[in-house]
Design a protein around this ligand. Structure first.
Ligand SMILES: [Ca+2]
Length: 479
């Protein structure tokens, strides 16, 4: 929500780890490969290592045992596009333009009709790495805009297999086109068609396996060529409509969502084994996380945020705190846990040490809530999970996340603990507000003419469609 703001913690961590490592190495030593595994809508509570009772993530649990677990890791934003834009730019969505000014504190992203996308003025991680000689590949969902200038190969990546938008559908290709799948700079098909089918009834799809094979082929090719690589592995099977391949369907205790988690866990295991088999594990930094918390409103198609309040689309812990594991044999000590205090500040909420202050609260509107959309099912907390945007800026709600990770018991305003916490947090908020230079908002305008009617390469496979005339309007973001 303040989806206009957030922390660049994710990228700051990667950058500090990687830059330190680069600085420590002599010029003769090869540069470390980098793999960021970004899950879609997977929650903190979906991993066995964080207590998921079904214990269906043995590979991620082993990865944590061999590496470093981050129980306090935050995304930049509780929604796909702004979170991913922040990850790749290292800048808050309000700075990199992934927000809207059409209404106050709304969640905005890049559906097919969005006109904007990642600004040409932003510097993305693969662009920085290219200067060091890296080859970069995206496997999976992009979500930083789907018009040609916004696509991955025009923003620092060398290769891509995946889609520019969420795999919503199927559509009829008349009022709305099915989302294309790209191979590098040209489309090779559309979701729900040919080999990219997702069976709406069973949830069966081979796409996660396709992404795994593509990732392994890329790693092998770079390894053989002795070229440093950056693999941004961003499969989207845990985003509704969730899907899994036949081998995994029905195997979990948690329905198709759990099957998708099992398949992704399997894929992570295969990739880590592949690195070992190729003898490059000691020279590859792997970081696993998710773009936002589990979508509780998706009911059985959504995951778990463990003990945390609410989920995707909210700035409560369930929306912002993500599962995270760093793995780099020989560099990161086995079985370590990082609980270092960190700072995350934005207009809606700020965390400092164990204290979190909410300056605004909102789950979703009464209108939406009454129509059955609930971002906090079973977790209504009076004056906290509010259904109107409630302004607490004069007297923020403060929680102690150590004693109260579920954000259910605000600290009494008249207590010395409250006064002390606020005294520490206020200067940080002031500093943030004083230094904030908002980017031009990219998520304000929509237009049906910009949808994926005729992406590059459509003529070669007979998949070009005819769209309507341009008729832009101000996008509406309901929550
Ligand atoms: Ca997401």
């Amino acid at each position: 929500m303040f989806n206009t703001k957030m922390s660049g913690l994710a990228l700051a961590l990667f950058t500090s780890l990687i830059c330190c490592s680069l600085a420590l190495k002599s010029p003769n030593e090869s540069l470390p490969n980098i793999i960021i595994m970004l899950m879609d809508d997977m929650g903190w509570g979906d991993l066995g290592v964080f207590g998921q009772p079904s214990k269906e993530t043995p590979n991620l649990d082993a990865m944590a045992a061999q590496g470093m677990l981050f129980p306090n890791f935050y995304t930049a934003n509780p929604l796909c596009s702004p979170s991913r834009a922040a990850l790749l730019t290292g800048r808050l969505p309000v700075r990199n333009g992934f927000y809207t000014t059409n209404a106050h504190a709304r969640n905005a992203y890049t559906p097919q009709e969005i006109v904007g996308g990642i600004s040409k003025d932003e510097i993305l991680l693969p662009k920085l790495l290219k200067e060091k000689g890296y080859t970069s590949k995206l496997v999976g969902k992009w979500h930083l805009g789907h018009r040609p200038e916004h696509l991955p190969l025009n923003n620092g990546f060398d290769e891509w297999l995946g889609s520019p938008n969420c795999h919503f559908g199927p559509y009829n290709n008349i009022g709305r086109p099915n989302i294309p799948i790209y191979f590098n700079s040209e489309m090779v098909g559309r979701y729900y068609e040919d080999e990219f089918v997702i069976d709406g009834k069973t949830g069966e799809s081979n796409i996660t396996m396709m992404y795994l094979n593509e990732s392994m082929e890329f790693i092998l090719r770079q390894s053989k060529a002795h070229r440093p690589f950056f693999l941004y592995y961003a499969p989207d099977a845990t985003h509704a409509p969730v899907y899994a391949s036949k081998k995994f369907l029905g195997k979990s205790q948690r329905g198709v969502y759990g099957d998708a988690v099992m398949e992704l866990d399997y894929s992570v295991g295969v990739i880590l084994s592949w690195l070992k088999q190729l003898g490059i594990d000691q020279n590859t930094f792997v970081f696993f996380t998710s773009d936002n918390g589990a979508a509780l409103y998706a009911a059985k198609e959504g995951g778990s945020n463990g003990p945390f309040l609410c989920g995707k689309e909210t700035t409560f812990e369930g929306g912002m705190r993500e599962p995270a594991i760093a793995w780099w044999p020989g560099q990161i000590e086995e079985g370590t846990v990082s609980i270092s205090s960190h700072l995350r500040n934005e207009l809606m909420a700020v965390r400092l040490g164990l204290y979190k202050a909410h300056y605004w609260t909102w789950s979703n509107s009464w209108q939406e809530f009454n129509s059955g959309i609930n971002f906090c099912p079973g977790q209504e907390v009076i004056n906290v999970t509010t259904h109107e945007q409630r302004d607490h800026t004069l007297q923020p709600l403060i929680f102690h996340l150590g004693k109260d990770p579920g954000e259910k018991y605000p600290i009494r305003v008249l207590s010395s603990e409250y006064r002390d916490a606020l005294k520490s947090i206020s200067p940080i908020v002031e500093q943030h507000q004083k230094t904030l230079v908002p980017g031009a908002p990219q998520l304000n305008m929509c237009d049906l003419a910009v949808m994926n009617w005729a992406p590059p390469g459509c003529d070669k496979i007979g998949k070009c469609l005819k769209g309507p005339q341009s008729a832009p309007w101000k996008c509406e973001w309901p929550h």
